[in-house]
Structures are given as structure tokens and as C-alpha cells.
Design a protein around this ligand. Structure first.
Ligand code: DLL
Length: 439
């Protein structure tokens, strides 16, 4: 049972106590995996790692990693540490290659998932009496049910909208007095724009207090625009199917990093090239170990997500360490004619142009055996799209700035508002149509 006071107590424990919980959780998980999952027995044996010899958190640096490929290779039930009769739910993520990874849940696992997401409601100052619309997709995706369990745990009236049928979302938000909105940031923006088009004034017609938005990167400008349009506060939520789903880390009201649910997850930041653990404050790849997951624990799982541990304590007084908001994944990195670029860097440059909106798409093709990058960006509705000379001038300015800032040659094409497809889930920002063999 979710108990707000108890959750707050856990989130305010002195960090030494959290580390004790983590060490116990790691020892138990390692022993459990060694005994029940042949893949892990081989992994530990081959690495010469003794799961019963862990005596401090520092010993983790010597333990082997696991990767998404390991999860795929063991599809569907190969990494389950509990018999199927003890499991009550599964979720899957298909990823881009189409081979699924599976996460299993016992009742205990669902219970702490609800606690973790429910903390997001506490961070926003919500609870009983709040009306939460969950417009993440329900189904195999963890967004819908993860937020749902969190909303119910925290005592909210939880409305299982799922994604799609945007006009109906807006009617329900208005008629039911929704106070908390849960969906991807790009879908929240689509809801906001559609509401405005329908003549709904979110400042008067909605009762929103805050939104818990994640599953994809969101720039600071995008967040501010959302907050302005929907007159609420946006909290970022992080998670992934392999470790649980949404709620691994959530931002508090300070909006200064996402508190990791450190009583359930042990987080490390590593150098993605060498695998070496990096000190707090440095950017690298996030590696996660579950501490009390029963059905599908993961051990030193390489998330491929790039972030850093924010040193120091949060102003909110909670002691669970924070990760910085994510700017991308190691596998998002584009190599364009030999230059490494993250889509978020392109987005940062575009944000300096007030004439363009937050909707963009990067299309990669091959011309004369070379990478060719086309960046389609929507202009803001108040920009006069009939002024050809102005459009060309703006395109040229954006092109120059991208060249100066990122050293890449980009064919910038401004497009009319609402021409880039809107997404009900994660936005598709990069379309890679390049031919030839890629890494
Ligand atoms: O996206 C779980 C989730 C649902 C998180 C709803 C938040 C809200 P997957 O589909 O397995 O699970 O995708 C996980 O999405 O490794 C990140 O690359 C990315 N991601 C998740 N949250 C964030 C975020 C869900 N807040 C992958 N910011 C992760 C940026 C995020 N990227």
C-alpha cells in the first residue's frame, strides 16, 4: 500500500542508509541471478566475478555489464528469475530492429512500480482529490500502465485515456477537471495546440496543476512553451522497459534534475568507450542495476542513455541522487560526413530562431556517396509563409548557424505550420534513408 508519508521518509533517508539498502539489494540480486538465470551464471563465471564476494558498492566496478543484445538473445523468458506462475504481467519494447525485449513483473514488482511513479505525484504536490489523465499508450508500452499504477497508488482519480483521439482528450480534460496530465512531451504539445485551435483556453478552461512527461528528450525551450500554453508545471520522468518502465527517475518541483528511485535502482555513470566508472558530475552512459525486482532483475544494464549525476543536494531536501535531463542516447549520435552530431544539438541551434516552431524532422539520404542532411522545420503560425525572399533568407541564416556551431552542412527547408506529422507517443525526429553499410 502506498503511504505518502512513508515514501517521503524513504526519500529523505541519510544517503549512507540508502547505500546500505543498495548494497543489500545488489548482493541479493547478484546471488539470485547467479542461482536462477543460466545466462548470468555464465556471464559472472566468464568474467571471474564472484556474486557472493561483493562487500562494498565499489566492487560493482569489477562486475560485467549486460546489454540490450543480451536481453534480445534471451527472448522471451530466458532472463526470468522467477517461475512464470509467480509473474502477473509483462511488457515489451520492440525497438528499431523489431526484436523485442521483455520485462516481467511479479505482484511485488508492480507494487513498487506504482510507488516509484506515485512519487512523481508527490513531487508535484498531488494526491487524493487529483484527477490524472493518462494519455501514454496502454498496452505493451510501459507508459500507460506505469503511470496508471502510479496515479492509483498516490490516490488520484486515474482516467485511462491512452493515446489518440486528441479532441476527446481535450473534452475529457475540461469536463472531468483534470489536474495532472501524463503523456509524452510531444503529445502534450499536440494536445495544447489542438485545444487552442478548438477555441479552448487552457488558462481558463483547464484545471491543470502539473504534467509528468517523459519517454523522449524535451528541450528547455520546449518545456517552457508547454508550460506557457497549458498553464501548468512540467516534470520530467525517465524510465525504460528493461528496468521497469517510467518512474526510475522523476523531477521534483525544483526542476533541477531527476531524483533516481535509489531504494530500487543502483545507478552508475560510465565512459561508453572504456566502461570505466566516472565520478559524479561527469557526462557518460547511465548503467542501472535493479535492487529488488523479482521477475526480471537486471545487473549493470547499459542503458545507452547519456546523462550525469548532479553533485550535491537538491533544494527540496530529498536525498536520492539526481540525474541530469537526458539529451540523447549513445546510439542517437549521427555521424554525418565524419562529424558526430546529436539531434538535440541541432535542436539547440534552431531554438535560437524565434521564427521557427518546435516541430522538426531530420532526413538523412545519400547523394554522390555522401551523407545529405535535410532539416525540415515548421515556421511559427505568425510567420508569413508567402514571403519567399524572407523564407530564403531565414533558411540561409539557420544553415550558416548550423555550419558554424556544429560544422555540418544542412539543407534547411522551412515548412508550413502543422505539416510535420504529430505523434501520439514518441516523436520521430530522425528519418534515416541512407544507403550503404552503416555502423
Ligand atoms: O519510454 C518508458 C517511459 C514511459 C518513460 C513513459 C517515461 C514515460 P522504452 O520505450 O523502453 O520505455 O524506452 C526507453 O526512452 O532508454 C530513453 O532513451 C528514452 N527516454 C525515456 N524517458 C526519457 C526522458 C519508456 N525523460 C528509452 N527523457 C530510454 C529522454 C527518455 N529520453
Amino acid at each position: 500500500m502506498f503511504d505518502a508519508q512513508e515514501q517521503e521518509r524513504i526519500m529523505h533517508l541519510p544517503h549512507e542508509q540508502i547505500e546500505e539498502i543498495q548494497l543489500e539489494g545488489i548482493k541479493k540480486t547478484a546471488a539470485d541471478l547467479y542461482e536462477h538465470v543460466p545466462f548470468y551464471k555464465n556471464l559472472f563465471d566468464e568474467a571471474g566475478f564472484d556474486p557472493n564476494g561483493i562487500t562494498s558498492l565499489d566492487d560493482m566496478a569489477d562486475a560485467p555489464f549486460t546489454t540490450k543484445q543480451d536481453l534480445r538473445d534471451n527472448y522471451p523468458y530466458g532472463l526470468f528469475a522467477r517461475p512464470l506462475e509467480d509473474c502477473v504481467e509483462i511488457h515489451m519494447s520492440s525497438g528499431t530492429t523489431g526484436i523485442a525485449t521483455v520485462g516481467g513483473y511479479t505482484e511485488h514488482d508492480l507494487d513498487f512500480w506504482g510507488d516509484c511513479f506515485g512519487r512523481g505525484v508527490l513531487y508535484g504536490g498531488g494526491g487524493k482529490g487529483d484527477v490524472m489523465n493518462v494519455c501514454y499508450g496502454y498496452g505493451l508500452f510501459t507508459g500507460g500502465l506505469g503511470a496508471h499504477y502510479g496515479g492509483q497508488s498516490a490516490g488520484c482519480l486515474t482516467i485511462p485515456m491512452s493515446a489518440g483521439n486528441t479532441k476527446r482528450q481535450i473534452r475529457v480534460m475540461r469536463e472531468m477537471g483534470t489536474t495532472i496530465l501524463c503523456c509524452t512531451p510531444s503529445y502534450a504539445m499536440h494536445i495544447a495546440d489542438t485545444a487552442l485551435e478548438m477555441g479552448v483556453d487552457p488558462h481558463k478552461d483547464f484545471k491543470l496543476k502539473f504534467g509528468i512527461h517523459g519517454a523522449e528528450p524535451m528541450s528547455d525551450n520546449f518545456r517552457r512553451e508547454l508550460e506557457r500554453k497549458l498553464d501548468y508545471k512540467v516534470l520530467d520522468v525517465y524510465g525504460l522497459t528493461e528496468t521497469m518502465g517510467p518512474g526510475v527517475a522523476i523531477e521534483c518541483w525544483e526542476q533541477d534534475g531527476l531524483h533516481i528511485a535509489e531504494d530500487h535502482f543502483y545507478a552508475e555513470i560510465i565512459d561508453p568507450e572504456t566502461g570505466r566508472v566516472l565520478p559524479d558530475g561527469q557526462w557518460g552512459e547511465l548503467v542501472l542495476t535493479t535492487l529488488d525486482r523479482e521477475a526480471t532483475p537486471v545487473f549493470r544494464y547499459r542503458t545507452r542513455d547519456i546523462t550525469r549525476i548532479i553533485p550535491g543536494e537538491c533544494k527540496c531536501g530529498r536525498t536520492h541522487r539526481r540525474i541530469a535531463r537526458l539529451h540523447g542516447r549513445t546510439d542517437d549520435m549521427l555521424i554525418l560526413r565524419g562529424v558526430n552530431v546529436f539531434p538535440s544539438q541541432i535542436e539547440n541551434v534552431m531554438e535560437t530562431f524565434p521564427e521557427v516552431a518546435s516541430w522538426y524532422q531530420i532526413e538523412l539520404t545519400t547523394k554522390n556517396s555522401l551523407d545529405y542532411v535535410t532539416l525540415k522545420v515548421e515556421v511559427n503560425p505568425d510567420f508569413d509563409f508567402d514571403e519567399v525572399a524572407e523564407i530564403e533568407a531565414l533558411q540561409a541564416r539557420i544553415r550558416r548557424k548550423l555550419k558554424d556551431a556544429l560544422m555540418i552542412q544542412v539543407d534547411v527547408r522551412l515548412v508550413e505550420p502543422k505539416t510535420i506529422p504529430r505523434s501520439e507517443g514518441k516523436a520521430k525526429r530522425v528519418i534515416d534513408l541512407r544507403t550503404g553499410i552503416r555502423d
